[in-house]
Design a protein around this ligand. Structure first.
Ligand code: CDP
Ligand code: CDP
Length: 210
């Protein structure tokens, strides 16, 4: 069983994808980490994320980066959304994600284009969303402890800038697949969001996939 979980920054898709993976005993891939690893490599090599050839050169990143805490920082997220708009960067990361999705038994993947591009044949598809205010509050709570100089308004502005870039790009933009079920977590606790996600996946499975 392949489960695709997409949605904007801090919508709760990672939390839901991890919980679904645990519930169904499936491996999980947070695909945003791949784009973040490209971004961090670009930053460390002093390359320009807006230049496609620079970003492509960083796609051959060291896998040990995937375990680094800095990967989750706000600046890395912003640069990730710049490198991820390049078609050749997306093409370079495509096979790795498809291989993960194609494991015997299946997998859960979360990102922006799992249900639309990486695994359009997925057995269940969720599009997780929440208002920008709620998402900024969540991200602020996560990031403020590590960087007390980071203000709420900056986090909100960054979320909006990333939403616009991710939805506006020509290649694999953030978009709800026509056969994905929307899940708005704005007013849901983590437990309630997970319970609802499992209900949706069960309903999609009963319908024989989507
Ligand atoms: O965790 P958060 O939602 O903040 O971001 P992320 O999932 O780690 O993704 C960081 C950036 O990578 C996003 O803003 C997207 O630009 C890009 N991304 C993408 O283009 N496609 C994916 N499947 C996953 C992430
Ligand atoms: O993966 P994504 O960036 O979409 O979001 P996440 O990392 O799953 O969640 C972002 C933050 O919001 C985390 O600190 C979650 O614990 C929190 N969250 C929440 O408060 N309520 C939810 N229903 C889901 C997540």
């Amino acid at each position: 069983m392949i489960i695709a979980v997409d949605g904007p920054a801090a919508s709760g898709k990672g939390t839901i994808a991890r919980a679904l993976a645990k519930h169904y005993g499936l491996p999980h891939l947070d695909t945003g980490l791949l784009y973040r690893a490209v971004a961090l490599t670009v930053m460390r090599l002093g390359l320009d994320p807006a230049v496609e050839a620079d970003a492509v050169a960083a796609c051959d990143f060291d896998d040990r980066l995937l375990a680094e805490a800095e990967l989750r920082s706000d600046p890395v997220g912003q640069v990730a959304s710049i490198v991820s708009a390049h078609p050749l960067v997306r093409a370079s990361l495509l096979q790795r994600q498809r291989r993960f999705a194609g494991q015997p038994g299946g997998a859960v993947l979360d990102g922006r284009d799992i249900g639309t591009v990486i695994a359009p044949q997925a057995d269940a598809k969720l599009f997780v969303k929440a208002s920008a205010q709620v998402r900024a509050r969540r991200r602020y709570a996560e990031l403020h402890a590590a960087d007390p100089s980071l203000g709420f308004d900056k986090v909100l502005a960054d979320i909006r800038a990333r939403d616009a870039r991710d939805s506006g790009r020509a290649t694999a933009p953030l978009a709800q697949a026509p056969d994905a079920a929307p899940l708005d977590t704005s007013a849901l606790s983590i437990e309630a969001a997970i319970a609802r996600a499992i209900e949706i996946v069960e309903a999609q499975r009963r319908r024989g996939g989507r």
